[in-house]
Design a protein around this ligand. Structure first.
Ligand SMILES: Nc1ncnc2c1ncn2[C@@H]1O[C@H](COP(=O)(O)OP(=O)(O)OP(=O)(O)O)[C@@H](O)[C@H]1O
Ligand SMILES: [Mg+2]
Length: 456
């Protein structure tokens, strides 16, 4: 339910005035080119042949004439349209009454065509108002330019009205997903290091939370749309699994986490004990849950190994205590607890695990942030270019950013869930993830802070 009006999505205010001036211009052009002298029938066929091309040409010219600044202001003043999982599921269903593959894709494309420039404008506004002179930083400017290009590319063609135009947009979107794949790494390289003091980095935290949350929303929306164009699979609509079985996702995540740990360290991983409602299923973006469980299990595997392995590497490592995952199937939420005996950490660190930017003076990380080689970035980026994930994390690639837990929490919160941590220093860590079951919570898309918060 709730998506029947999707096809008639409200147009922005400037769209109608642009349409009107476009109609007038088309008439003038037709008159000047002598079309007015044509017979009635010929005129009709003439106008249908050329109006699409004229409209397209006019729109791109108009966009250029309006100037990017004005466009950004117009789009940036509009609110984003956050969707719930159920809405994204419903509007992606081909077999709903009165729908087929073509109409479904067209409706999704029209939504993306309206929504993406708005979301990008909000991101640009945020980047341009960054404090500490960061908006002048060349890496930040490159990121801004990427979003400018996206907006320009989207509005170069009018709102898609046919399957051909829809497909053209979908191809463009795939290109964008690829090009934007490494923005998080890019941002990090701009903001990490000693450019900023620790105090300044802390002040950037709300910005980064919002920036990453918006990126999660954008990539999810776009990758979901792209996936709708692929061959449908049973129980799946785009990237949403209607029967996402949590115990299966835990097993997959554990497998990936073990592989990633082994990539970095020569370890024998602790076993996994899975308890509770192992049968429970829900409708969700499965990759979101897999991503955050992989990060959490990766931390648990590494800590358990580190805490229990003998100082002298020649000694045999004793059997490691298992990681226990409990799944609870409640009325409103599914809860997952992940408990390890990896020694935990001191409570004074509980706040700093949520900071996106690593402080160089802090020797409190699982592994030193390795220098990022250019070819490593490419390697990770090529793995799954249209993935909804914002971090280059995959089974075979090295980690690129140290923002595991803060980004995990954003994924958990994106559709109304949460992620919390309890530590028992010198014993172990418990991580709790809760996910609402009904799929009705609209995605957490932060509005631009501009005008609301005074930035230093
Ligand atoms: N299960 C755990 N046991 C002990 N310490 C943990 C655990 N989970 C997290 N930590 C501590 O919290 C820090 C932050 O974790 P987070 O996953 O965000 O980053 P990281 O593991 O250091 O780097 P990355 O995940 O990006 O590779 C870790 O460096 C570690 O000190
Ligand atoms: Mg980690």
């Amino acid at each position: 339910g709730g998506t029947s009006s999707r096809g008639s999505y409200p147009l922005p205010p400037w769209f109608n005035s642009m349409r009107e001036s476009m109609r007038r211009l088309t008439q003038t052009l037709r008159r000047r080119s002598g079309a007015a002298k044509l017979t009635h029938a010929a005129r009709r066929s003439h106008s249908t042949q050329t109006s699409a091309a004229m409209e397209r040409e006019f729109t791109s010219k108009h966009a250029r004439a309006m100037g990017l600044q004005k466009l950004l202001r117009d789009y940036g003043s509009r609110s984003t349209s956050p969707l719930s999982i159920n809405q994204m599921y419903d509007f992606g269903q081909y077999d709903a009454p009165g729908r087929n593959r073509a109409t479904t894709l067209l409706a999704a494309a029209q939504f993306v065509h309206e929504e993406l420039p708005v979301r990008c404008s909000h991101l640009i506004q945020d980047l341009m108002t960054l404090p500490f002179g960061l908006s002048q930083n060349s890496a930040i400017q490159e990121v801004v330019e990427l979003f400018h290009t996206t907006i320009r590319e989207i509005i170069a063609d009018p709102r898609p009205k046919s399957s051909e135009e829809e497909e053209k947009l979908r191809l463009k979107i795939m290109g964008m997903l690829r090009r934007h794949r490494n923005i998080v790494t890019h941002m990090r390289s701009a903001l990490a290091g000693d450019l900023l003091s620790s105090e300044e980095k802390l002040q950037l935290q709300p910005f980064l939370d919002r920036f990453y949350a918006t990126r999660i929303g954008n990539r999810t929306m776009l990758a979901h749309y792209v996936q709708l164009g692929e061959e449908p699979q049973e129980d799946w609509v785009g990237l949403i699994n209607d029967k996402c079985r949590i115990s299966q996702v835990v097993q997959n995540a554990y497998g990936i986490a073990v592989d990633v740990c082994r990539y970095h360290h020569d370890i024998n991983p602790p076993a996994l004990t899975l308890l509770g409602s192992t049968e429970c299923e829900l409708r969700y973006f499965e990759s979101h849950i897999e991503y955050l469980l992989t990060e959490i299990l990766h931390n648990s595997i590494y800590s358990t190994w580190k805490h229990h392995s003998p100082e002298d590497s020649k000694q045999v490592c004793p059997p490691l205590p298992a990681i226990t995952v409990i799944i609870a199937d409640g009325k409103d939420d599914i809860s997952i607890s992940i408990s390890d005996q990896g020694g935990g950490f001191g409570r004074k660190h509980l706040n700093s695990i949520w900071t996106h930017l690593h402080f160089p003076e802090e020797d409190f990380t699982h592994h030193s942030t390795k220098a990022i080689e250019k070819d490593q970035i490419k390697f990770a980026a090529n793995e799954d270019e249209c993935s909804p994930l914002i971090n280059g994390y995959s089974r075979h690639s090295p980690r690129l950013a140290r923002n595991g837990l803060p980004v995990c929490r954003l994924y958990a919160r994106h559709f109304g869930g949460d992620l919390t941590i309890q530590v028992m220093e010198n014993h172990g860590t418990d991580v709790f993830v809760t996910i609402p079951k009904d799929g009705e919570v609209p995605e957490a898309l932060p509005e631009s802070l501009v005008g609301e918060v005074e930035l230093a």
